[in-house]
Design a binder for this molecule. Structure first.
Ligand code: MSP
Length: 653
């Protein structure tokens, strides 16, 4: 630790599943962690901010198979590829110090040693597993833990599972965990403690199945081939392997463990507040100081999910509104411990009200007035008016302490709320003091200078405290205030801006957004971005021998006439020229896809040597060939049409 530092501070985000690209819900936790990390750095702590990706498990193995690549290629693409996880954190200005991938060699080797240590100390033993498995969550459940027969976390169907497996003696730690949760501040917010104790500990903690044999994409149990380590053991220990636990790649375990806080989403609190401390207890390791379970962001009242097509793209939002505005919105609007409902209206209105109107206006009006009335810099001769100034000066002077109180409790919304109360008060102070009236009389210049100084000083302190949330904006404001100090100590003291400050004008920080136009544009973009879910028929497993295939007589046929069949809303009756000189009749159940008149004159493909068949009392001699698939669950059909230059009767071979 450096001499000047206040101490070390270790903060983590969950490591993300690279099973598909991340959405704004994922960015929420990372932005919060980043704000906290930056706040601690601002205070003078030596911060280690860890994030990363959790790359093993059946879900990834299945997705890679679907995509036709290896699991490693699949995760590499989502982590390192264009608009992947690393790109996203760069875009969102996430100041992580270390990024771990659970496929990193050092982590894999460390997990093997950790598993073996718990096996050797008797906390991991071999048994056989019978139960229910939720594939998307990679979670095993007992019958009693299911909710209406479905996964209690995600509500999806579970499947029966039985396999030889290793178990972790979680039950052994039940009392110690309950004590930890109930009698310390290990888990916050407090409401999550009741949830854990009542839903998981009181009904009885069962031993946890910690190995799998049904898939291979995981850390192999090195002393028992065929088993891979349960993905949550692999994942949770990332917080320590990333510092050098059981490996030589890193060497800062002694400096940073135990972690000061793990930020995690509410659905993974169970893993972090029960399983994680129990495993650490098993290895006699210090427990993290705190786990904070934040709420979920929903979108327009629904859970964000790719299948519902409502996932908000952080790239698109950052491009349109700017990264700082987006970061700010996420932490200003939703209390960190509770669920929040993301809407585009709220995003735009927060930008317009807080950033364009309140902050942006305060900065641009103040700088513009200072330049207009005094030219390059304010005069040092200034006249205070305690009666007019006391409230604003008092608010600004006390802001850091209030802010700190909220930040220490991860109450980002309150910290920002306090800053914006001061900003509003400053805008009111402009109206009360009417600088444009003071400017009319030369004798009022010292007073005018002090009014503008108070405003600039307010901006300095507010912008400085906004640094963890909007780093680029705060840096820009520091420039506009002529290079004002924004270090932690200076933000707690009123009056540190030089009296003869030379402010610098610039473009509006946050231009106002036309709500209606922007919503319409977003709607259009989201439609254009939504990839239709195309499904194709499964391929036949049975093979056809070549001679049998060659017996099929495919011919080009020209449509001479086409009619709807009375009393059928499915059938079309085709009269076809098949090159023989005698018309061929084929009936086809495609009336919902084509109007008869649009097919007349077209050249189609028919298989002609099927035995004739009666349909609605009419004979059909063959079958027209079409392509079928479905889009968003809706069936689609296209007749195969060929070049009209192909004569009727031409054989396909
Ligand atoms: N891989 C595990 C974490 C292992 S940590 C040892 C995992 N990954 S995840 O990618 O599915 O989720 C990562 C984090 O994103 C979780 O904390 C989860 O709560 C959070 N979120 C995912 N969708 C979210 C919202 N819609 N809103 C807020 N957070 C959300 O879980």
């Amino acid at each position: 630790m450096c001499e000047k530092c206040k101490g070390n501070y270790y903060i983590t985000t969950p490591i993300y599943y690279p099973s598909s690209n991340l959405h704004i819900g994922h960015a929420y936790c990372t932005v919060a962690t980043d704000a906290m990390a930056r706040y601690k750095r601002l205070q003078g702590y030596n911060v280690k901010f860890l994030t990363g990706t959790d790359e093993h498990g059946q879900k990834i193995e299945d997705k890679a198979k679907e995509a036709g690549c290896t699991p490693q290629q699949f995760v590499d693409n989502i982590v390192l590829g264009e608009k992947g996880v690393l790109d996203l954190w760069k875009l969102m200005n996430i100041s992580y110090d270390r990024f771990i991938r659970t496929t990193d060699d050092y982590h894999v080797a460390a997990i093997q040693k950790i598993f073996k240590r718990m096996y050797d100390n008797g906390d991991i033993y071999k048994g056989s597993y019978k139960g229910k498995y939720c594939k998307p969550c990679e979670s095993f459940w007992t019958e009693s833990q299911l909710k209406d027969g479905k996964c209690p976390d995600c509500g999806r169907e579970v499947m029966d599972a039985e396999e030889e497996a290793y178990f972790f003696r979680l039950s052994k730690y039940a009392d110690r965990i309950q004590d930890l949760l109930e009698n310390t501040d290990f888990l916050e917010p407090r409401s999550r403690v009741n949830e854990m104790v009542n839903n998981f500990i009181k009904p009885g903690l069962e031993d946890l199945c910690v190995s799998r044999t049904s898939f291979t994409w995981g850390v192999p149990v090195d002393f028992d081939p065929g088993h891979v380590v349960y993905v949550w053991i692999d994942a949770l220990f990332n917080y320590m392997t990333a510092l050098g636990f059981e490996n030589d790649k890193h060497t800062d375990l002694a400096d940073f463990w135990p972690a000061d806080v793990h930020f995690v989403g509410k659905e993974i609190v169970r893993f972090h507040s029960i399983i994680w401390p129990a495993m650490l207890m098993s290895l006699n390791l210090p427990l993290p100081k705190k786990v904070f379970g934040h709420g979920w962001l929903n979108f327009n009242g629904e859970k964000m999910s790719k299948s519902r097509g409502n996932v908000v793209d952080p790239y698109l939002l950052s491009e349109r509104f700017g990264v700082d505005a987006l970061r700010f919105f996420l932490l200003r609007t939703f209390p960190f411990g509770s669920d929040g409902n993301f809407t585009n209206e709220m995003l735009i209105s927060t930008i317009n009200v807080d950033l364009a109107n309140d902050l942006g206006n305060l900065v641009s009006r103040t700088v513009a007035m200072a330049q207009k009335y005094f030219g390059e810099h304010l005069p040092a001769q200034q006249l205070a008016n305690p009666e007019m100034d006391a409230e604003l000066v008092g608010l600004v002077s006390g802001l850091q302490a209030k802010y700190q109180e909220s930040m220490e409790h991860f109450a980002f919304q309150n910290a920002l709320g306090d800053i914006f109360k001061v900003i509003s008060r400053a805008n009111k102070y402009i109206d009360e003091n009417a600088p444009w009236v003071l400017a009319k009389d030369e004798a009022n210049k010292p007073r005018l200078a002090r009014v503008l100084y108070n405003l600039l000083e307010t901006v300095r302190v507010c912008a400085g405290l906004l640094t963890p949330f909007m780093p680029a904006t705060s840096a820009e404001i520091a420039v506009r205030l002529g290079g004002a100090p924004m270090d932690w100590d200076s933000l707690g003291t009123y009056g540190l801006l030089k009296a003869d400050v030379a402010p610098v004008a610039g473009a509006p920080l946050f231009p106002r957004i036309d709500m209606e136009k922007e919503l319409a544009a977003l709607e259009e973009l989201s439609k254009a971005n939504q990839k239709p879910a195309i499904e194709i028929e499964p391929y036949a497993e049975e093979t056809v021998d070549f001679d049998t295939f060659c017996k099929s007589d495919f011919r080009a046929v020209k449509v001479k006439d086409c009619q709807n069949v009375k009393k059928s809303n499915k059938l079309l009756q085709f009269t076809l020229d098949d090159g023989t000189g005698t018309d061929r009749q084929i009936l086809s159940g495609i009336a919902q896809f084509y109007k008869p008149e649009e097919l007349i004159g077209k050249t189609l493909i028919a298989i002609t040597n099927l035995p004739p068949r009666k349909m609605m009392g009419r004979e059909s001699c063959g079958m027209l060939i079409s392509a079928v698939h479905s889009v968003n669950g809706e069936e689609k059909l296209n007749l195969i049409m060929v070049d009209d230059a192909i004569p009727a009767g031409a054989k396909l071979c």
